[in-house]
Design a binder for this molecule. Structure first.
Ligand SMILES: C[S@@+](CC[C@H](N)C(=O)[O-])C[C@H]1O[C@@H](n2cnc3c(N)ncnc32)[C@H](O)[C@@H]1O
Length: 303
């Protein structure tokens, strides 16, 4: 009913067309299609389906790493999903998929959960109540946030890093996942570990950014959003693409080659692409036919 209220001025026939379109979209959302393949012996599977239904089809403890970047209920124009639910409904939905993620994660597995500021606190409490053990709240500090008329430009997102037990995978010695330390960059101190250090819990992803922002006591992850005009942006019509460098860091640190990485909110397929490039298997799903078809196209193009 409230859907229709916005169309109050529209003629009857146009209204019928809108209803038909909505019914068609609902039907597409209910439809489930899947594709699979292999990159250098590592299997992948993409399903066009709801994440809860998809996860229900997995065995318990069958996934080693989950990277989840759900809609944040901000009213973003996704292909099908309506990103503006009443808060209680949104949080109820989060709880449904979070409990499935808990079930499918292996004992040594990790969940990296992206969450917008508005619901970050509630979702964190919920995740802990479901049994997840919090390791960090990483702050992804980004540039190119959306300008505000009256307020501060949003420039960070929380990435909650949870594990299920104390036997979690964390590849501390992967050289590509380490970053230069302040001793190396700021003080030119020969006592600094030549292999650098593990990233801080605020993320800066380039050496240049570190050099610019790392003061003697700062700890920061900075990476630009993938804005519409960027070369890295895969498709103008698919919003919210995560930067490749950030996903590579997570995959390298929190999973090992051959392990299974699951992304329940596929979008452009960024997680699956990076997981496969790093020799992991990838499983992902999205309700959107546009996103899943686009992802399949990319995965088929990987050598
Ligand atoms: C923030 S975007 C993910 C962007 C992705 N991380 C990337 O780098 O492109 C969220 C995605 O969740 C999808 N989505 C919404 N509801 C879903 C559901 N119930 N099951 C699976 N995917 C869903 C949307 O279609 C959208 O593509």
């Amino acid at each position: 009913m409230s859907e229709r209220a916005g169309f109050g001025f529209v003629e009857e026939t146009a209204m019928c067309k809108v209803s038909a379109l909505l019914r068609e979209r609902e039907a597409v959302m209910e439809e489930s299609r899947s594709w699979s393949g292999e990159v250098k012996g590592r299997p992948w599977k993409v399903t066009q389906a709801d994440c809860v239904e998809t996860a229900k089809g997995f065995d318990a403890a069958s996934v080693d790493l989950v990277i989840a970047d759900p809609p944040y209920n901000l009213g973003i124009a996704y292909d099908l999903y309506k990103d503006k639910l009443p808060p209680a409904e949104y949080l109820g939905w989060c709880e449904t998929w979070l409990s499935q993620l808990y079930r499918v994660l292996s004992d040594s597995g990790s969940l990296f959960l992206y969450m917008g500021e508005e619901y970050a606190s509630e979702v964190d409490v919920m995740a802990k109540r479901l049994g997840f053990i919090k390791r960090s709240r990483i702050v992804w500090f980004f540039t190119f946030g959306q300008n505000q008329r009256k307020g501060f430009t949003p420039s960070h997102v929380a990435i909650f890093y949870y594990v299920k037990s104390k036997h979690f995978t964390f590849n501390v010695d992967d050289p590509e996942a380490r970053v230069p330390s302040a001793r190396q960059l700021v003080y030119n101190d020969k006592r600094g570990n030549a292999a650098g250090k593990l990233p801080d819990n605020v993320w800066l992803l380039t050496k240049a950014a570190y050099e610019e922002a790392l003061g003697p006591d700062a700890d920061i992850w900075l990476h630009s959003r993938v804005a519409g005009t960027f070369k890295e942006r895969l498709s103008k019509s698919l919003p919210c693409q995560l930067p490749a460098a950030m996903l590579q860091r997570i995959v390298r640190l929190a999973s090992s080659p051959g392990q299974v990485v699951f992304d329940p909110f596929c979008g452009t397929g960024s997680t699956a692409v990076q997981a496969l490039k790093l020799g992991r298997s990838a499983v992902t799903c999205d309700v959107s036919p546009l996103c899943t078809e686009y992802t399949v196209q990319q995965l088929r193009g990987l050598k």
